[in-house]
Design a protein around this ligand. Sequence first.
Ligand code: WT7
Length: 635
Amino acid sequence: MSNYHIKHLEEYYQVYRKSVNHPEAFWEEIAEEHFLWRKKWDKVLTWDFSKPEVQWFEGAKLNITENCIDRHLLTRGDKTALIFEPNNPSEGSQHITYKSLHERVCRFANVLKEKGINKGDRVCIYLPMIPELAVSVLACARIGAIHSVVFAGFSATALATRINDADCKMVITSDGSYRGAKTIDLKGIVDEALENCDCVTTVLVAKRIHTDINMKGGRDHWLQPLLDDAYHDFPPEIMDAEDPLFILYTSGSTGKPKGMVHTTAGYMVYTAYTFKNVFQYTEKDVFWCSADVGWITGHSYILYGPLANGATSVLFEGVPNYPDFSRFWEIVEKHKVSQFYTAPTAIRALAKEGVAYTQKHDLSSLKVLGTVGEPINEEAWHWYDDNIGKNQAPIVDTWFQTENGGIMITPIPYVTPTKPTYATLPFIGIQPCLMDEEGKEIVGNQVSGRLCVKFPWPSIARTIWGDHKRYKETYFTAFENKYFTGDGALRDEVGYYRITGRVDDVIIVSGHNLGTAPIEDAINEHPAVAESAVVGFPHDIKGNALYGYVILKDTGESRDQENVRKEINQIITEQIGPIAKLDKIQFTNGLPKTRSGKIMRRILRKIAHKDTNNLGDISTLLNPEVVQSIIKNAL
Ligand code: WT7
């Protein structure tokens, strides 16, 4: 039996029991046998969820890039580490070997050093999905700088908030980006953001779309000439196990985005181990995760997890519908992709276009199909199974969060019998539980409740950057001594989990995690808006879409409501990004409120869901009369 590679259901149960009964011995063995350490740990685990404090492999010394690159050089130097597939297929793909990745990362590391970046400094990376994105992430890790990748679809305001929160010294960006047939002025967005960021002294600019851009003297530098001049080797900075590796922002239900801090050793061990098993990765496979590196899925399953296993990972710059809706399947055929990992929203969008696009391509290389980011509905699950996997490639519905670092609840393909819409069983080492609203654990099967985790796993985020108090309040206060996920779940008769969705004010739109508060803040910036509330409602493709209830100020003048709708979405696009635009905006004279003045979102949610037969008791509201008028005018 191999604890590192699980191949049978019996083995899963055996290894799972070991990981739960003897977590320290279990993870110690995995860490010892499969990674390169400059010094071994003094202690495997220290934890206390009441503080909260978690440390894995305390005292150990390592560099994650040595594990992801250097140690493969002898045996896999000429193997492809990354396949870059550009936005426009006619540009041709690039195969970057482990040897070449090593050289590129080392050169970049030297450039960072030369520009004054040192261990512990924060570097913001705002790039499209091009090789420089992978290389800059790894170069930061090589020198021990903390990377903060901001998804390049975020607006200047959102970018500035994140740069300032982490006090970044440097931004790495490009002259622009391609998105299907469009180009986006990324550097312009960075310039606008930096008007409000005093902390940034250096901007490195990769050339991608070759347009004329503004370069600010003393601050902005073209990247390529610096790389050309840099030395091709760089000794890895030796890090402590618990040194921060990166910050990645995720939205909360209130307040500004939370900079989740992931540390080095535990994150490495867990992402590598999950990658190996959840995708049953073997040496000759080609793995493709279609997420953006701007999200945790991209960090863990385009870069760190695959590279730690010496895998070949596809980095795709484009979109599923460019040049047409067969792009994904064309890439699968072209690179003989073995494992394909995407979001339900992409599957639904492609399913809508019909099977002609899938039938044009040979998809027989596929062995495993993955989904992540939101619940997958039964119809999409079957479409994926029938048309992409041809009922031969098991679907792994993987549940996890930015805060978790790696996959938490998932089938293991060819091991765990799958069940549509179920993420099935906890991964090795994960101890989920369901809690009731009184804070009691719900035991037994065929039950539902709030999803928590009882015991730390190696890649749990250690804190929120600069705000440990908020970390504790958000995740460790609702249920004593448990990590609270914010999701609801049910457990079926055999113990399989199905994630039913958020139980807080976070809404998952097209797999993107959006907090209602920042969206409402943006709406309220409109001069005509007095108050607003945003809820989610079911959407065929996006899973959820956003429904805004807006009270306009009473100024006596008449307004063109369509215009106000457009302007509201314009402000949201500027403040957050186009992903947070509202699908529906209903103007109303009031919002249902409790006597303490809290908006009753439960009622607004039901109205948006067109489920108004059973609104529950509304008599205790401050203003029960507004409910009928909102229902009457619902969109
Ligand atoms: C939230 C976390 C982790 C990848 C990207 C999302 C939802 C994630 C699933 C799934 C049902 C899922 C949850 C979770 N979610 N995977 N397989 N089934 N829901 O990361 O942006 O931090 O969002 O995504 O609601 O809490 P994220």
